[in-house]
Design a protein around this ligand. Structure first.
Ligand code: 4AZ
Length: 257
């Protein structure tokens, strides 16, 4: 996150951290963010799983309730193995942008039990399908990603930034991203380009307020660099995928409205 501030997981208890065990060192390396949308389900980005359906699930783990990336807090955190990775079949990067950049991870629980609700761990609500928000609405993006483009290391703490939704016509303007941005994506940024998601925030959540409640609208997907003029962050438009999520999780009442 560029231009944001340190936050606590208690303010964003749906934040998930996805780790992958390195084959050589057997160390778990942070891969991507994600969002807890049901006790056993994490929503993330397809591009976090380049092997698609062949992803070695045995090397993945998910931690919830995490404030610090490289330290464990047993009082807050809940860590899970992964049963299944479902990458959207339409995921496509031929255009040079990530179309259908969405994936589901099923946590491996015991007897149907996965995440337990605490002050640090809580599901996010999905917005009703195809719900549109007007440009200028302020949303929260969170993650452990880089604090600027030039750094090589991620943030040690969970960070948040407020970014504003851009209209589709602005973001597909030739001065912005043109046809790289499809209807399965939307853009968000700050008017002075000081705040953005960055490398390492991928897969993580963007939530926006509707009638006083926060709903998941976006998954951090891509952008040209971070915090660059006319190059806002691009997010997967989660409200296009309510049916896909319901079909693939088997959960039918996960959406509001
Ligand atoms: C990345 O490489 C990445 N500024 C994520 C978000 C953005 C750019 C790059 C948006 O994971």
């Amino acid at each position: 996150i560029v231009g944001g501030k340190i936050t606590t997981v208690e303010s964003h208890p749906w934040m998930a951290s996805i780790f992958q065990k390195d084959r050589r060192s057997q160390k778990s390396i942070f891969q991507c963010g994600g969002t807890l949308i049901a006790p056993c389900w994490i929503l993330s980005a397809a591009h976090c799983f380049p092997d698609g359906a062949a992803t070695a699930v045995g090397r993945l783990s998910v931690t919830l309730g995490k404030n610090m990336l490289n330290e464990t807090d047993n009082n807050r955190e809940q860590t899970f193995n992964v049963d299944k990775v479902i990458v959207h079949k339409g995921f496509d990067n031929r255009n040079g942008s990530y179309n259908n950049d969405i994936a589901l991870l099923q946590l491996k629980g015991t007897a149907g039990q996965c995440a337990k609700r605490t002050d640090s761990v809580h599901t996010a609500c999905l917005a009703p399908k195809h719900q549109m928000l007007p440009p200028g609405v302020s949303c929260d993006v969170v993650g452990y990603g880089k604090e600027n483009d030039r750094l090589w290391y991620k943030s040690q703490y969970l960070r948040e930034a407020k970014v504003e939704l851009l209209s589709q016509s602005v973001c597909t303007d030739k001065d912005y991203y043109g046809s790289l941005v499809t209807n399965n994506m939307f853009c968000a940024g700050s008017p002075d380009w000081s705040k953005d998601a960055c490398k390492g925030d991928s897969g993580g959540p963007l939530l926006c307020e509707v009638n006083g409640r926060m709903f998941l609208f976006g998954i951090v997907s891509w952008g040209e660099g971070c915090s660059r003029k006319l190059r806002p962050g691009v997010y997967t438009r989660v409200t296009n995928y309510n049916r896909w999520i319901e079909e693939n999780t088997g959960l039918s009442s996960i959406t509001a409205g």
